[in-house]
Design a protein around this ligand. Structure first.
Ligand SMILES: Nc1ncnc2c1ncn2[C@@H]1O[C@H](COP(=O)(O)OP(=O)(O)O)[C@@H](O)[C@H]1O
Ligand SMILES: [Mg+2]
Length: 278
């Protein structure tokens, strides 16, 4: 229960003591603890960057947050509802409200579906497709992510990586979510198209008040996209705080080490393509 004396609004997403284990490489080997007691909140309208090196457990955490696998321990609350004990039907009903955006823009789209059908698919799956209004809804979603209706007739291989990622974002938006879990959403994109996608995400957040759990391994990117940063190391969060503070004046030795490895973080961002900080 939320403390009635606490005036802070309840977070959109509240994760506590999350543990995710994977089977070891052989049947006899011990399981691998990929996420080892992780806690964080994401509020409406806020971006929390979950940052850490490859293999530190970010995607494992995201998978449990999205209800795609049950965690081995811990709590995931979305708008106050505990997801970890929710049955299939309950999860299905809530799922439109929290949507993933994944790293590989091509891989997350079916090669045989035209863009129009790919964007319509989540509407159909969640019983929101209406013949009379559906096509206009799809055009409106394409417009929201900066594509025009003509893009709807194309197949994924006829789009650039950035355009594909925009389609992925349109699919995520189709069900009017309140939280997006973005797992390295621009890591596979050319630096030249990253800024466009990041600006789009910023604009959508301002317009729709979305909460973002933004997973990345890139500290300058985290500093520029996120309000708050949680630094993950070997399955644990070692430091959480406002993005600027954590990345310019890190407290934890591991964060210091990471920041030292990115000399440009002390001054201007290395990639001029990065948009302005929120
Ligand atoms: N399905 C899986 N089965 C076994 N081990 C896994 C699986 N998924 C991830 N792992 C292991 O868990 C650890 C964390 O992986 P992951 O969550 O993908 O980290 P990140 O997203 O930060 O790169 C790694 O050691 C990885 O090899
Ligand atoms: Mg990952």
């Amino acid at each position: 229960m939320d403390d009635p004396n606490d005036p802070a609004p309840a977070p959109l997403l509240r994760v506590r003591d999350l543990v995710v284990r994977h089977p070891g490489p052989t049947r006899r080997s011990a399981p691998l603890t990929a996420v080892d007691g992780v806690s964080f909140d994401v509020h409406a309208g806020e971006t929390l960057a979950l940052v850490g090196e490859s293999g530190c457990g970010k995607t494992s955490a995201a998978t449990a947050v999205l209800g795609l696998r049950r965690p081995d321990a811990g709590s995931v609350r979305f708008e106050g509802t505990e997801l970890t004990t929710l049955g299939e039907a309950g999860l299905r009903a809530l799922r439109p409200a929290f949507q993933p955006v994944l790293q590989d823009p091509y891989g997350s789209l079916s090669p045989r579906l035209r863009v129009r059908d790919a964007v319509a698919e989540p509407l159909r799956i969640h019983g929101r497709w209406e013949r009379a209004t559906g096509p206009d809804q799809v055009d409106a979603l394409l417009g929201k992510v900066g594509l025009d209706p003509a893009h709807g007739d194309r197949f994924p291989h006829e789009l650039s990586g950035g355009q594909c990622q925009r389609v992925g974002i349109a699919r995520a938006l189709a069900c009017e979510p309140r939280l997006l879990v973005l797992d390295e959403p621009v890591s596979a994109l050319d630096p030249s198209v990253r800024a466009g996608v990041l600006n789009l995400l910023n604009g959508l957040q301002d317009e729709l008040g979305l909460g973002y759990l933004f997973i990345c391994h890139d500290l300058p990117l985290a500093r520029h996209i996120a309000h708050r940063v949680a630094v993950m190391h070997r399955g644990r969060i070692v430091e959480t705080g406002p993005a600027r503070r954590v990345l310019t004046d890190p407290e934890h030795p591991y964060t210091r080490e990471l920041v030292r490895a990115v000399p440009s973080i002390h001054g201007a961002p290395s990639e001029s393509s990065l948009p302005a900080a929120p």
